[in-house]
Design a protein around this ligand. Structure first.
Ligand code: DON
Length: 558
């Protein structure tokens, strides 16, 4: 490129950057209107997107305990407007010091699913409280106590039970009945609450107050910590005071990749999401998918599925907690590597997963939560928080209101043995003390000179493919309402099948996929709960959207 051209380009870039118009309005999309309201309440009090994220997280821990909570963890992807800092706050749960690789195997070496999924033994050391404290201290403008106030108020005064909440309790009732403190938290006079009944969580309010007053010590040491450890040990768990005291959030540089001229900023390990997303987009970058959607939609689905298959194979082989395993990140996200993977894709034939060298090896609900925030300064938060499966371990520690996660199931309890999401893993994701289980949570930003997307969703192993489909739809020129409502399909290497939401693809297209050799599994229920936001840097317009599969219309989006 000659010098004059270079100068012209530079001027263009600078002028577009300086033209970027700040968001005219803040935008928040979360899984519950009370959480979205709390986010706006905190913005109105002078808080920024990071304070709002604390408020939204805390309210979700009260009103959506089936999905996230103080006893769980999550990832916060942040973009700070004033200096452009981008970071992922890793508040993922950690295996307790007494954990060991065979802790969920019986004497015959078989995995005991009940230990992995129910009761205190299923729980890693929670990260969410530390995550909120970190977010508030390092990035927020308001005191932590102010950002936690809406959650405390709602926990004390109550919120109306809604169908998803009631159904989650119904599904977990057998486990809830095992533990008196769980019954106290989730049942009313020993029965499942009805839709519309007011739910109060006084113990949880007390724990939130301790956090508000003392910061991380309010949860990780002192009275609350003592109660958590005592309850865990009494019911067969292995947490110690030292485990709680030693827990730290970790700031990790995001994964970066580019696609069609825009930069993707996404979740690094211990999430598998960002690497898998980068691999898939790199593979797909060879084709004009927008054009293909018009000329040959079956081919577009086929190629996308083949990209998914390859990325999920790598997930199972290479990925785990980066503080414990060496992950060849540079190679996995490199375009040349994707070129190699793409070379084995045929236009007209599915490649059986068996033919991809790798490991040998289901349906799920939505029990994790994602929210997206854009504030008027241009700060961005994309956060996915979880307790793992619906209502997690079902175990509440007496006197704290804290529901223990069952994130230990995200480890591979035994090489090759599928977890609750049918995911398999090997050595890289084996259990070790202090290690964080591999996640699929994929909070992501797509950053262009002209526009920015904030996107993510719950959905276990399907999170990554949902985020991919949403991003492809964004690049097709559609808006957030379309990304979140799009019919979904999914392939995760093993089981070797394309999973379809009801009516996801038309019968003619499905036939063309079958002719290529794909096995199709039609699911009876939809998945995901995507909450996304968008900002035009050209005119400052913002939009947010919440997945129509679950939105009640009461104000999850504002
Ligand atoms: O971190 C993970 O990948 C899982 N614990 C997320 C679980 C989830 O999204 C459940 N929702 N269906």
């Amino acid at each position: 490129m000659n010098k004059r051209l270079l100068l012209a380009c530079l001027c263009l870039v600078l002028s577009t950057a300086s033209l970027a118009v700040k968001p005219k309005q803040a935008a928040i999309a979360s899984a519950h209107y009370l959480a979205t309201d709390a986010g706006h309440e905190i913005l109105a009090k002078g808080g920024n997107a990071f304070d709002a994220a604390v408020a939204v997280s805390a309210v979700l821990s009260v009103v959506e305990p089936q999905s996230s909570g103080l006893g769980g963890g999550g990832f916060y992807l942040l973009h700070r407007a004033n200096d452009g800092k981008q970071v992922m706050v890793d508040a993922r749960e950690e295996a307790p010091a007494k954990a060991h690789r065979d802790m969920y195997l019986d004497k015959n070496g078989e995995v005991v699913r009940d230990w992995l999924l129910n009761g205190p033994k299923a729980a890693g050391i929670p990260g969410l409280p530390a995550g909120m404290v970190h977010l508030s201290k390092q990035y927020g403008k308001l005191p932590l106590a102010q950002s936690l106030a809406p959650a405390i108020r709602i926990a004390e005064q109550g919120f109306p039970a809604y169908p998803r909440y009631v159904e989650a309790i119904q599904r977990k009732i057998d486990v809830i009945r095992r533990y008196p403190a769980s019954q106290k938290a989730f049942l009313i006079n020993g029965r499942v609450p009805e839709v519309g009944e007011i739910i109060q969580r006084p113990d949880l309010a007390k724990t939130l107050r301790a956090l508000a007053k003392k910061g991380r010590d309010g949860f990780y040491s002192g009275t609350v910590a003592r109660k958590l450890v005592k309850a865990s040990q009494k019911a067969g768990g292995i947490w110690t005071r030292a485990d709680l005291k030693n827990y730290r959030v970790k700031e990790r540089p995001p994964i970066y990749t580019t696609y069609r001229g825009k930069t993707l900023v996404t979740a690094p390990p211990p999430s598998s999401g960002g690497i898998a997303l980068a691999t898939m987009l790199n593979i797909l970058s060879a084709w004009d998918l927008t054009e293909m959607a018009k000329t040959d939609p079956a081919k577009r689905v086929h190629l996308t599925v083949e990209a998914m298959r390859r990325a999920y194979r790598d997930r199972s082989v290479y990925l785990g907690d980066p503080d414990f395993v060496d992950i060849p990140v540079k190679r996995l996200v490199h375009p040349y590597y994707a070129d190699g993977l793409r070379a084995s894709i045929h236009d007209d034939k599915a490649m059986p997963s068996d033919l991809l060298p790798g490991l040998k090896q289901v349906p799920q609900g939505n029990h994790t939560t994602h929210f997206s925030i854009i504030d008027t300064e241009g700060n961005l938060v994309s956060a996915t928080l979880t307790v793992n499966t619906s209502l997690a371990s079902g175990f509440v520690a007496k006197g704290t209101g804290v529901l223990f996660n069952n994130e230990m199931d995200d480890f591979s309890a035994k090489p090759g043995e599928p977890n609750a999401y049918g995911l398999i893993g090997g050595e890289a994701n084996a259990i070790q003390p202090g290690k964080r289980p591999l996640s699929s949570m994929t909070p992501t930003f797509v950053m262009g000179e002209d526009e920015v997307a904030v996107i993510g969703t719950p959905g276990g192993s399907r999170i990554i493919t949902m985020v991919l489909l949403g991003i492809l739809d964004f690049f097709d020129g559609h808006d957030p309402a379309s990304w979140v409502s799009l019919p979904r399909y999914h392939h995760q290497y093993l089981p070797d099948a394309i999973y379809l939401e009801p009516n996801a693809l038309n019968p003619g297209l499905v036939k063309q996929l079958e002719q290529r050799g794909h096995r199709i599994v039609r699911m009876s229920h939809p998945w995901g709960f995507m909450n996304a936001a968008w900002w035009s840097r050209q005119n400052g317009q913002t939009k947010a959207a919440s997945d129509p599969r679950w939105t009640t219309g009461k104000g999850e989006v504002r």
